[in-house]
Design a protein around this ligand. Structure first.
Ligand SMILES: Nc1ncnc2c1ncn2[C@@H]1O[C@H](COP(=O)(O)OP(=O)(O)OP(=O)(O)O)[C@@H](O)[C@H]1O
Ligand SMILES: [Mg+2]
Length: 302
């Protein structure tokens, strides 16, 4: 059973243009899936369809083998959702908000308090637990939304830009929490984000979407391979020394290699041919390279 699957999932808000066009995707259980794309690409629309907040114009989707459109309550019981627009109660304190939402899941009073306290501590909100939400800063409110999404220990967690309003320290803490969740509890995380550097640290697989169309999906090595991005091996030699078949780049002699396993052999060959090597490095394509590779290529094809 996949954690999430979509087949030809399509959404048009106005009947003319497609916010999401023919999305087909299977996401296995466990791990963090990074859903990447520019503003207006269709990420939030996808989350809303997968959580039953919107009905598809065409196609279908399943979350833990349940159709969100038909079983929204069951999907919400097993999932957690944090969207940009999720609102809680300003007149209630942080703790009261969490207890309120925990009760909605039928948890006992004691379990609500315990889980609420646990999450407030984990998200560094314990000192603000008795403050009204209306007095929280944007970043604090965002962290409380994440706590709310986690209250029922979800099997699938949908996060729509969970770190966009957070300072670097809080963002790092939230990313560590997401990583630990996926690793220790087997939670599947569907993460929409623009923050590619963070995404590369915490995601195991990716989907890249633009203008409602999925451009690519897979892990980083697969995406690199499909777009022709390769690992480069670089060597810094005695000044004036040259390496035939390599390209010069700012004092480094570079060549493409298939895998990093090629490096020792290459280094040995260069030394054995009489060169002095002062530094050697591997330059791997980043998620940013991959993302812009796909998004820009799409621009050229249109
Ligand atoms: N309620 C709505 N009514 C009409 N059009 C909408 C609605 N919500 C989204 N859209 C349109 O659907 C498209 C996809 O929007 P969506 O919010 O899914 O993008 P996104 O990838 O989440 O963007 P962002 O990175 O800015 O959050 C956009 O063209 C947007 O204008
Ligand atoms: Mg969005």
């Amino acid at each position: 059973m996949f954690a999430i699957s979509a087949k030809n999932l399509t959404k048009s808000y106005d009947g003319r243009t497609f916010a999401l066009n023919d999305l087909s995707l299977d996401i296995p259980q466990g791990g963090v899936f990074g859903f990447l794309g520019p503003n207006g690409a269709g990420k939030t629309t996808t989350v809303k369809l997968l959580t039953g907040l919107l009905k598809p114009t065409k196609g279908e989707c399943r979350v833990l083998d349940l159709a969100p459109e038909k079983n929204p309550c069951e999907v919400h019981r097993l999932c957690g959702v944090m969207t940009e627009t999720a609102r809680m109660y300003g007149q209630l304190t942080g703790m009261q908000n969490l207890v309120f939402f925990a009760q909605a899941f039928g948890m006992s009073k004691e379990a609500c308090n315990q889980r609420g306290a646990e999450l407030l501590k984990e998200l560094d909100l314990w000192d603000a637990r008795d403050k009204k939400l209306s007095a929280y800063s944007t970043g604090m409110e965002q962290r409380l939304s994440l706590a709310r999404a986690l209250i029922n220990r979800p099997q699938v967690l949908f996060l729509d830009e969970p770190t966009s309003g957070l300072d670097p320290e809080s963002a790092q803490a939230v990313n560590a929490l997401i990583t630990a969740l996926a690793k220790n509890t087997g939670t599947t995380v569907f993460l929409c984000t623009h923050q590619l550097r963070y995404a590369q640290d915490i995601c195991s697989n990716y989907g890249i979407i633009e203008k409602g169309s999925l451009l690519a999906a897979g892990d980083l090595p697969t995406l690199c391979k499909n777009i022709g991005l390769q690992i480069k091996a670089g060597f810094r030699l005695t000044e004036g020394d040259t390496l035939e078949g390599f390209t010069a780049d700012n004092g480094w002699w570079q060549t493409e290699v298939k895998t990093e396993q090629d490096m020792p052999q290459l280094l040995k060959k260069i030394i054995e041919s009489g060169h002095d090597v002062f530094e050697a490095r591997l330059v791997k394509p980043t998620l940013e390279d991959v993302y812009f590779g796909y998004v820009e290529r799409q621009g050229v094809l249109q």
